[in-house]
Design a binder for this molecule. Structure first.
Ligand code: ATP
Ligand code: NI
Length: 337
């Protein structure tokens, strides 16, 4: 399904993004490739600082002005490159085609407007079909029902809702314009674990019902397993491993960083109060190490890892960028298939 051009919604090619601060240049995204088909969900996982949010903001061209800059690459959405698009076209893309859901619902909600008013405003803003006031009001009720908020609460203000309910309102607003792509950046991190599962299940259901595609950004491989069709594992602004969900969860072959991420999933059966995180810290993004960027932390590091950029080895739909996997390995795999 990956090679059918007509199914392709988004393709990112060799994207590079920097942030310029007074003293330094932060290399936040260092040449990533991603592809997403219609109705697919792509999970982007990785530790804090990996460049996940930067990637999302780049797609919408919402990087902080004068600081964030796309220096290379293409972001092809519905066949057109967004990086070279006019700002007026981008405004349309943001309003009608791609919505973003952020981690903290209060960054998206207005505290002085009722839930009904905010949803109505969102619908009115994208009212390309010139619907009447009563039609829009009916749509407000419909959207609230869709995300499981009782109609009789629509005159309440955001602060009267719990965290989970607020995030449901945010989701309703994000979906109000019937986008083709929703980018959800840690949409449930601020919520209780039990509520997280409910909100995720709801998002997946809505995504399927409305035939949208989704990019889900998370630290949590468990969430990816529940929600995604494909996965990209990011480290220091690069994608170190990617593939279909079964490649990531069933294959024996993994990038050592992915192995580390799996090791840090909390085990629900054994009670531990600490995760076993990967030793060491993400490298300084203003001064990234030579060769493989993971080598200073990698338990499997070899001499070559600090000297040469690792190759991307492909096994069908599964890609691993690591010196521990050789081209030979790849050729054997092809022969077998
Ligand atoms: N406005 C900014 N100015 C300078 N550096 C920035 C800015 N925003 C992000 N960065 C840096 O860019 C790198 C990538 O950050 P980004 O927010 O994309 O990571 P992330 O994977 O989303 O992390 P998290 O999981 O914490 O949200 C980090 O080193 C971060 O410190
Ligand atoms: Ni982020």
């Amino acid at each position: 399904m990956d090679n059918k051009i007509e199914n392709r919604l988004l393709e990112i090619r060799n994207l590079k993004v920097i942030y310029k601060t007074d003293s330094d240049t932060v290399c936040a995204v260092n040449g990533i490739d991603l592809a997403l088909d219609k109705e697919q969900t792509l999970g982007i996982v990785g530790e804090t600082g990996a460049g996940k949010t930067t990637t999302a903001l780049s797609i919408l061209r919402l990087l902080p002005q004068d600081i964030g800059e796309i220096t290379e690459g293409q972001i092809i959405f519905e066949g057109k490159d967004l990086i070279s698009a006019k700002e007026s076209d981008m405004r349309k893309v943001r309003g009608e085609k791609i919505s973003m859901i952020f981690q903290d619902p209060m960054t998206s909600l207005n505290p002085v407007l009722t839930v009904e008013q905010q949803l109505y405003e969102a619908l009115e803003l994208h009212n390309t079909q010139n619907k009447s006031k009563s039609q829009l009001e009916a749509r407000v009720d419909e959207m609230l029902e869709l995300v499981g908020i009782p109609k009789n609460r629509k005159r309440e203000y955001p602060h009267q809702f719990s965290g989970g309910m607020k995030q449901r309102v945010v989701i309703a607003i994000a979906l109000a314009c019937s986008p083709v792509l929703v980018i959800a950046d840690e949409p449930t991190t601020a919520l209780d674990v039990t509520i997280q599962a409910q909100v995720l299940a709801m998002m997946t259901e809505l995504k399927n019902k409305l035939g949208m595609s989704m990019i889900l950004i998370t630290h949590d491989l468990g969430i990816v397993a529940q929600t995604c069709d494909k996965v990209a594992v990011m480290y220091a602004g690069e994608i170190v491993e990617s593939g279909l969900i079964e490649d990531i969860f069933e294959s024996e072959k993994h990038h050592p960083y992915t192995v580390g991420l799996f090791g840090s999933i909390p085990n629900l059966e054994i009670e531990t109060d600490r995760l076993s995180p990967i030793d060491g810290l993400m490298p300084d993004p203003t001064n990234l190490p030579f060769g493989c960027k993971f080598h200073p932390r990698c338990p499997k590091a070899m001499k070559i890892c600090s000297r040469r950029t690792p190759p991307k080895i492909t096994y069908g739909t599964h890609n691993i960028v690591c010196h521990a996997f050789t081209r030979e390995d790849e050729t054997n795999e092809k022969r077998r298939r």
